[in-house]
Write a protein that binds this ligand. Structure first.
Ligand SMILES: C[S@@+](CC[C@H](N)C(=O)[O-])C[C@H]1O[C@@H](n2cnc3c(N)ncnc32)[C@H](O)[C@@H]1O
Length: 213
């Protein structure tokens, strides 16, 4: 894993500092520092040998951290509407998929049928500049990620989703609470100063209720 957030030097201008640091460390995106911080805060969420789904994974900064975290006996599946440059690690599989497409669930199952120890989403919509619209689009993507975690996540597993604060954010957090024993809101240090984004972290997925007979 990378150096701790407190190692990273202050004062700093997030763009310059994390951008340069990502470049120096051969990371595909500065966002790698965000997932690294989340994994350090919740060290049991992604262990060696885990199966992890990364939604909105291009260009692959999160994937680089996740690939190291799970190691060669794990699996990392990364999907995005944009192509992701292939990984040399055999346990990392990537695909171009739109999570909002009707056939997404079937295509994901064909890629790797789960179940997943962690479902992670860094998805973000193309921003329109209209606050309410962007918040709603962000929540739609996070809502889809939660649906996938509820359907394909292991009991005891982890959920992480980026969401733009505002709008129905609290309703979304409450929805995550229905599926996970503990819910935390995290704003990693590498988040740009003016950004409204936070990560909703669900810990210890509750076992699904048995189907009524
Ligand atoms: C902030 S970037 C992710 C950066 C990535 N975590 C990394 O570390 O390299 C957000 C991504 O969400 C993706 N995205 C947006 N809508 C999507 C959708 N409907 N299905 C899949 N990916 C989507 C975008 O294409 C974009 O690559």
């Amino acid at each position: 894993m990378l150096g701790t957030a407190s190692d990273m030097g202050k004062p700093y201008r997030p763009k310059d500092h994390y951008f340069q640091k990502a470049k120096q460390e051969g990371l595909r995106a500065r966002s790698a520092f965000k997932v690294d911080e989340i994994l350090k805060r919740f060290p049991t969420s992604v262990k060696k040998g885990a199966a992890v789904l990364d939604l909105g994974a291009a260009p692959g900064g999160f994937l680089q951290i996740l690939a190291d975290a799970v190691g060669m006996h794990g699996r990392v599946i990364g999907v995005d509407i944009s192509a992701i440059r292939p990984f040399s690690q055999k346990w990392v599989t990537t695909a171009v998929l739109d999570v909002l497409a009707d056939d997404f669930d079937a295509k994901l199952a064909a890629l790797y049928d789960g179940p997943y120890d962690a479902v992670i989403s860094d998805m973000a919509p193309k921003t329109s500049g209209i606050k309410g619209t962007d918040e709603a689009r962000s929540l739609r993507l996070a809502g889809k990620a939660l649906e996938v975690a509820a359907a394909r996540g292991k009991p005891g597993g982890t959920f992480v989703a980026k969401v733009f604060m505002g709008g129905d954010f609290e309703a979304f957090r409450d929805e995550v609470r229905k599926h996970f024993e503990e819910v935390k809101i995290v704003r990693p240090e590498a988040t740009r100063g003016a950004s409204m984004e936070v990560y909703v972290v669900g810990l210890r997925r509750r076992a699904p209720a048995p189907a009524a007979s």
